[in-house]
Write a protein that binds this ligand. Structure first.
Ligand code: 13P
Ligand code: SF4
Length: 329
């Protein structure tokens, strides 16, 4: 359980304090698109998983304050071991990471020795260390297209992203049975009703969505791909089937357009807010910068093993940053 904040911060101008500490610490603040708007607004960089990995590798800051979830902050530490990496709330996990304990993944690999392991970045450092190549939703297509068709593949831990790639590339990758609880919560019935209320409005979906949602999408891609689609689609209303905090960036870029979060089973999209991402707050970011904790620590042998599969991704995906998408179906 997350420890409650015990001190009284009510008299503090948190934004000004974070600004002061960012300079004092020579810190860079990275935020994923699923963070609260106030955190996105003060971040040095807002991006998808691949972009944030690259930023983490490139920055010359002494401290990386990672406003995202633990596997993302771990990725930053794997790529920048000399830096202090802080995560405002160490309980900010991920249901995909939780679905894939390293010992079980190791046994699964041992049962399929002729398969390579292509693994979604939403996993622990230990699972990265057991994998051959990491992918993000924005690099997966480029990477799969470089793997010979006769090479058997294990894909984990997201069975929906893996299934989407299997369908799109005609592959038969063995899928680990993990899901994202956030994207799993969209309701097809409610989505059909919403589409009927907004005739002609396209649907943009993240490939972590199950097939019954992806099948209604006009565009399928990573968070940065969806954002790019939102900036270029010709209509005035877009239905967005991913975590709704990304809509903040859409509204900043295109205030005249209408962006509607796809609904959950009760018709209310609140169930699609990622509970892990939501653990990060301005208060916790301030405390993390002030105290330089909680910090990501990693044993060097594990870090080096995990780095191999991440480096493989960065090499194979080079040239894809900014495209950020898996393309149209
Ligand atoms: P991307 O930002 O890479 O699309 O990933 C989405 C996600 O699930 C983050 O947890
Ligand atoms: Fe994990 Fe889903 Fe939250 Fe992304 S949105 S961090 S995949 S639980």
């Amino acid at each position: 359980m997350t420890a409650p904040i015990r001190e009284n911060l009510s008299g503090l101008d948190l934004r000004a304090e974070i600004e002061r500490l960012r300079k004092e610490r020579n810190a860079v603040i990275l935020a994923h698109y699923y963070q609260k708007p106030e955190i996105q607004d003060l971040a040095d960089f807002v991006g998808d998983s691949l972009e944030l990995s690259r930023k983490a590798a490139d920055t010359d800051a002494d401290v990386i304050a990672f406003c995202g979830v633990k596997f993302m902050a771990e990725t930053a530490k794997i790529l920048s071991p000399e830096k202090i990496v802080i995560l405002p709330d160490m309980d900010a996990g991920c249901s995909l990471e939780d679905s894939c304990p390293p010992e079980q993944f190791k046994r699964f690999r041992e049962k399929h020795p002729d398969h390579i392991a292509l693994t979604y970045i939403n996993c622990s450092a230990a699972v990265k260390a057991l994998s051959d190549i990491i992918v993000t939703s924005s690099s997966a297509e480029t990477i799969i297209s470089q793997i010979p068709e006769d090479q058997p593949i294990i894909f984990g831990p997201d069975r929906h992203l893996g299934g989407y790639l299997n369908r799109k590339f005609g592959r038969e990758m063995l899928l680990w049975p993990g899901v994202c609880i956030v994207h799993e919560a969209f309701s097809e019935t409610e989505l059909i009703k919403l589409k009927a209320q907004h005739p002609g409005a396209p649907v943009a979906a993240h490939p972590e969505c199950p097939p019954h949602i992806v099948d209604h999408a006009d565009y399928v891609g990573s968070t940065s791909g969806i954002l790019q689609f939102a900036k270029t689609f010709p209509g005035d209303t877009l239905i967005v089937a991913t975590e709704p905090h990304i809509i903040h960036q859409m509204e900043l870029a295109l205030p005249e357009k209408n962006f509607i979060g796809a609904p959950g089973a009760d018709g209310n999209c609140n169930c699609n807010i990622c509970p892990y991402m939501a653990l990060n707050t301005m208060e916790k970011l301030y405390i993390a910068l002030r105290d330089l904790k909680p910090q990501i620590k990693m044993e060097e042998g594990l870090r080096l093993a995990a780095r191999k599969s991440l480096d493989r991704m960065l090499e194979m995906a080079s040239g894809t940053v900014g495209k950020g998408d898996l393309g149209k179906r």
